[in-house]
Structures are given as structure tokens and as C-alpha cells.
Ligand binder design. Structure first.
Ligand code: 5RP
Length: 226
């Protein structure tokens, strides 16, 4: 059943639960978003108390927060994460839709590199079958061609606009994002492979069977799923 508790308290519980899994000496992939931010802050407190960890950020925002709370940063090129902690816009079992923060390209590389991916979410993100629009990062010149291909596939693409209304959202890699609504996604692995093969697509936000566990925060506790 879908939960209605999307409170910050629920997010905090999920984030802190995942942060509690991190062992001394670990390299940690640091996801993006408001739920992961709670995990990063909890890790910062643990570092202040003597925990030895290094963080691999998945975005400018997660790197900035990690620096602010005192987590030493290491590049993915120099260390393999033992564990990654990341959020999701929607999850069904271990499959996710991500990219609400337009950070899914680096998130996917970091999350897939980690020995263990722990997703943190509140219960409003849980569904039986994914149906959230899939963020697709696209080379700017390829937007019309990718939009046409997405429509061929039965999807409805929308160019993501900046809230400031001064143009589209631009990713850290200088690309644009199409939010592609496909309705209920019954075969996420097939759609993921199809989208990955479209020329001009840099990365999409379908993370198929990537999560090892999902820590779901509620108003009163955390359930660990998978
Ligand atoms: C960013 C993401 C985020 O993890 C996702 O949007 C969830 O964010 P939040 O924890 O704020 O709900 O995929 O690209």
C-alpha cells in the first residue's frame, strides 16, 4: 500500500538508518536529494566523532554538503565505493526511477560501482510497478530526435524547465533533461536498454534491479525492504 508519509522526519529516519551501516575505513557513494542529505549530515557527525570515511559525491550539491559537514572527498577514479547511499523518486523492489535532481548520470555510475547500494526513501515513493516519468539526459542538439524516438516508443517527453523560467534545466555535463512519461512500466529492463541505445541519450533514470536494500522511513521508524 502506498504510504502518505513523505515528511522530512520520515526522510531523516531513512537517511540516518543508512548512514548507520557505514563502517570505519569505508568509501561511501554520496547520493543526491533531500533524503540522502540526512545521511550525509549523519555521516558528518560520525566523522566528527572519529569515524574514518571518504565520500564519492554524485553531484555538485552532495559534494558541497559533504565538505560543509567535514567528510573528506575522493574521486571515483581513485576509489571504489564500498557502499553507496542514494535516494529515489520512485521504487518497486530494487528498481528505481531517479533523476529528480538531474543528477542521475553520475548517480548511476557511482551507485553501480559500489559493492552495496542502499536506497533511502519515504513510503510515498514505493509502488508495485514503476510509472514515474523517466528523466533522460540528452545532448542539446539531439533533443528533437530523442523526443521523436520517445514518442515512437509510446512515451510523452517534456523538456525540464528551470523554476526561474529563464530556460531549460542544464545538467552538470551541459546537457538537457527530457522527463518521459510512459505510464506503467511493466518491463523496466527492456525500456532501460531501449533508451540507452537511442543516439543522443547520455543517461536515463531507470536503475533496474540495482538497489541491494531500501530503507523506508515512516513517521515512527524505518522498514528495510528487499
Ligand atoms: C536526484 C535524485 C534524488 O535522489 C531523487 O530525486 C530523490 O530526492 P529526494 O530524496 O529529495 O526525494 O534522483 O537526481
Amino acid at each position: 500500500m502506498k504510504s502518505t508519509d513523505g515528511s522530512d522526519e520520515a526522510k531523516r529516519r531513512a537517511g540516518e538508518s543508512a548512514a548507520g551501516l557505514v563502517e570505519d575505513g569505508a568509501v561511501v557513494g554520496l547520493g543526491t536529494g533531500s533524503t540522502t542529505a540526512h545521511a550525509i549530515r549523519a555521516l558528518g557527525e560520525a566523522v566528527a566523532e572519529g569515524l574514518d570515511v571518504r565520500g564519492v559525491p554524485t553531484s555538485y550539491q552532495s559534494g558541497a554538503l559533504a565538505r560543509e559537514v567535514g567528510i573528506p572527498i575522493v574521486a571515483l577514479a581513485d576509489a571504489t565505493p564500498d557502499i553507496a547511499i542514494d535516494g529515489a523518486d520512485q521504487f518497486a523492489g530494487g528498481s528505481l526511477v531517479k533523476g529528480g535532481g538531474a543528477a542521475h548520470a553520475r548517480e548511476k555510475v557511482v551507485d553501480a560501482s559500489a559493492d552495496r547500494l542502499v536506497v533511502v526513501a519515504d513510503g510515498t515513493k514505493r509502488v508495485d510497478a514503476l510509472d514515474h516519468p523517466v528523466p533522460v539526459e540528452v545532448l542539446p542538439d539531439a533533443v528533437p530526435a530523442v523526443e521523436a524516438r520517445v514518442r515512437d516508443l509510446g512515451g510523452d517527453p517534456t523538456l525540464r524547465d528551470a523554476e526561474r523560467k529563464d530556460g531549460p534545466v542544464v545538467t552538470e555535463y551541459g546537457n538537457l533533461v527530457l522527463d518521459c512519461a510512459f505510464g506503467r512500466i511493466d518491463a523496466p529492463a527492456d525500456l532501460a536498454a531501449t533508451l540507452s541505445a537511442v543516439p543522443g541519450v547520455v543517461e536515463h533514470g531507470l536503475f533496474v534491479e540495482l538497489a541491494d536494500e531500501v530503507h523506508v522511513g515512516t513517521g515512527t521508524g524505518v522498514s528495510i525492504e528487499r
